[in-house]
Design a protein around this ligand. Structure first.
Ligand code: WTA
Length: 705
């Protein structure tokens, strides 16, 4: 008996995959080389600039990014690392982010387009906002926020707005005052917004009455009422809600305004016409904004970004990796409600005095050629989007780009791994074989790019983010802290050995969580005051071939990357559990042709409740109410029981394998191994096809750590 058990356990431990043990079999892709024509104008062509970022010049090398900004008072020390992992960047320096993105461009570029707003309805013409007009509008808005809303430096304000110019205007007005903005993605529900508002301690919410999305008018006002109610339940009173109107002069919501709480911005702004507000000179370390993101727990965390370091990093990477020149028309199709929009629609491009295009709608409206028509009309030459958008545009209109006369010199992909086949379509068809591609790997927490090729200088490899960005020193470790050497074909956890200016300061209100989440895993000595002992743990799996091109495999924690958006499985599970009929819930990622991964939900019901479509519908509507439509599961499976370990933990890894038609691996150590076959039959039916060798992130998903 004992022998048999030993044998089983030995087999189980052999079968238990760790990140480092997974051999990643993938075909090495051929390099693509940038055209000579492009090289001539790339911002990084000076090789001595690149050399200045060699490791021996750390951290001083980052002064080169900070020098792209105007400082009221220059910094005394580049990095103060005396209290790891709470780094201080550009210590003693003072600046204002809004001044850097707006005022300082007036002298030479006041008539240049800062923002070009493209409404989703195609019959509405694009609206240009010059730096001069941006300056006026930001100042008036700042005066209103200060004098009418009573906001002062250090206060937080939650902004739940769609992609309209008033969103960056509001953000910049906050930055002018030193008010910390927290933008919540427009597609999140009112409840999700209210929870974030409460966590950040916001007394003021800023909304829009509605917006266009995929051909429909979305009435956004009711979401504000829910947000206020949710915040109140959490103990946070909201004094004022300010509403921008999508169409000035016309209120397009059916929902009534609440007297003394809800105000139309256009009414109030009348009192502030022509007013200017002195930009508040901020300490480099003063928080600029919060951006909530999903992690391993049920509660989203507010990533707190600093003013000086963040802006320097966003500006530096925009200049050298987005390669923005003064004459370029730059279009990033992300949403400002995510970090990509903050760094690479608003702060980075505007700090450089560039022209940034803002598109209200979805890429495929009214058809899959819309982005190419916009590019042709505005003569966009730098384009930035996600693999999900690329996959969708390819599927819905693979030949469309050929019909339009636009020419990109540069294209970015961000947010998810891109399949080499999709990369090649992006390169050959969208980029017409002329544009370089940068595949940029980074995260909400990191403020800007961590891995990417140098545009026009490094060869490109489809599916690989490539070498580290300037001044970033990554390493891959296995679970035991052993380095996974380049060229071994093994995957491991990618970490960054050194601090950099774009890294978040902390998690709002929870420094302990910040340390535990990002620094504890590979900290060599918690008492150490040496930054070398405090590498940043990214929670992404990666593999590194001998050529030094990092290939990112995906999350190794309980985060599902749905269409490039982070969704915490625990958040979805706790939403399911708020339905009274549900006993247990488990959420797993499933491969999706367009969105990369989508969540699938497994639930078991409380005794006496019978399975029905009504229960499933209730779960879906609850998830949409608590989180938003982006979390809508692909399927819901009602199961008699969950596969569990002997200690009662749900084995999500087994469920993920079933949902993806993959091998479940060894299940003999489960408390209830028989349930696995039952669930497989329930999900896949009786006819089971051959099992697939699925992607690495799914193999790793739900692995007990
Ligand atoms: C994933 C988005 C592969 C990764 C900027 C990361 C990527 C998460 C890439 C962060 C890429 C981002 N290739 N995977 N080029 N870029 N990711 O916080 O799993 O919304 O951890 O930031 O997206 O998502 P977040």
């Amino acid at each position: 008996m004992a022998k048999a058990r030993q044998k089983t356990e030995a087999k189980a431990s052999k079968n238990k995959l760790t990140e480092a043990q997974i051999a990643v079999h993938w075909k090495e892709e051929k390099y693509f080389y940038p055209s000579k024509k492009f090289k001539a104008q790339a911002n990084l062509t000076d090789p001595s600039f690149v050399k200045k970022f060699s490791e021996k010049n750390f951290p001083k090398c980052f002064d080169l990014y900070a020098q792209l900004l105007d400082w009221d008072k220059s910094w005394k020390k580049t990095l103060d690392a005396s209290n790891p992992p709470f780094w201080k960047w550009f210590v003693g320096g003072k600046l204002n982010a809004c001044y850097n993105c707006v005022d300082r461009h007036l002298a030479q570029h006041k008539n240049k387009a800062a923002l070009i707003f493209v409404p989703e309805p195609e019959h509405e013409s694009a609206a240009v906002i010059t730096y001069q007009e941006l300056y006026k509008r930001v100042n008036e808005t700042a005066a209103m926020l200060r004098d009418f809303a009573g906001l002062k430096t250090g206060d937080r304000v939650t902004i739940h707005m769609p992609m309209i110019p008033e969103l960056p205007i509001t953000m910049l007005a906050c930055a002018r005052l030193g008010v910390i903005h927290s933008v919540v993605f427009g597609g999140f529900s009112g409840e999700a917004c209210g929870l974030r508002a409460a966590d950040s301690g916001s007394r003021v919410l800023i909304y829009a009455d509605g917006y266009h999305r995929n051909g429909k008018w979305v009435d956004h006002k009711p979401s504000a009422d829910i947000a206020v109610e949710t915040a109140r339940k959490e103990g946070q009173d909201i004094d004022k809600v300010l509403f921008w109107k999508r169409y000035p002069g016309h209120y397009r919501s059916e929902s009534p305004m609440i007297v003394n709480r809800d105000f139309f911005v256009e009414d109030i702004l009348k009192d502030y016409r022509g007013q200017t507000v002195e930009p508040v000179s901020q300490d480099a370390e003063a928080p600029l904004f919060l951006m909530y993101t999903s992690g391993t727990t049920g509660k989203p965390k507010g990533c707190q970004h600093r003013t000086g370091g963040y802006l320097a990093y966003a500006a530096g990477t925009s200049k050298y990796y987005q390669d923005i020149h003064p004459e370029d028309v730059y279009w990033c199709m992300a949403d400002i409600g995510w970090i990509t929009g903050h760094s690479y629609i608003v702060y980075g491009p505007l700090a450089l005095g560039a022209t940034s295009v803002l598109y209200e709608g979805v890429p495929q409206f009214p058809d899959a050629a819309r982005p190419w028509r916009i590019a042709e009309r505005l003569d966009v030459n730098i384009f930035h989007t996600s693999p999900t958008a690329i996959r969708m545009l390819r599927k819905a209109g693979g030949d469309e780009p050929k019909k339009y006369n636009y020419h990109f010199k540069h294209m970015t992909t961000v947010g998810e791994p891109i399949e080499p086949e999709v990369w090649r379509w992006y390169y050959e068809v969208v980029g017409k074989g002329e544009a370089v591609i940068v595949d940029t790997w980074w995260q909400t927490e990191t403020g800007g790019f961590l891995c990417t090729t140098k545009p026009a200088l490094d060869p490109m490899k489809p599916g690989s983010a490539g070498p580290p960005a300037l001044g970033i020193y990554p390493v891959i470790w296995d679970e035991n802290g052993q380095e996974v050497k380049p060229g071994t074909g093994k995957a491991g956890n990618i970490c960054i050995r050194n601090p950099w200016p774009g890294i978040m300061q902390t998690i709002w209100g929870s420094s302990e969580r910040f340390v535990n989440q990002y620094y504890k895993k590979y900290c060599k000595n918690p008492k150490s005051k040496d930054w070398r002992d405090w590498p940043y743990y990214a929670a992404d799996g990666a593999v590194l071939p001998a050529d030094g091109y990092y290939r990112i495999l995906g999350r190794v924690d309980d985060v599902i990357n749905v269409a490039g958006h982070r969704l915490g499985t625990k958040e979805v599970e706790s939403a399911c559990l708020s339905v009274p009929d549900i006993a247990e819930a488990a959420v797993v990622p499933v491969v999706d042709e367009i969105k990369g991964r989508v969540p699938e939900v497994y639930i078991s019901l409380k005794p006496g409740v019978s399975p029905s479509k009504a229960v499933k519908d209730k779960v879906v509507s609850t998830i949409e109410t608590i989180i938003g439509k982006i979390a809508r599961p692909k399927q819901i499976h009602i199961v008699p029981d969950m596969p569990k370990t002997r200690s009662g933990k749900i084995m999500r890894r087994v469920l993920a394998a079933i949902s993806n038609h993959m091998d479940t691996g060894d299940i003999t150590t489960l408390a209830n191994p028989d349930i696995v076959a039952q669930i497989r039959e329930l999900v896949q039916g009786r006819v089971t096809g051959p099992l697939q060798d699925g992607p690495e992130d799914i193999k790793l998903f739900g692995e007990e750590k």
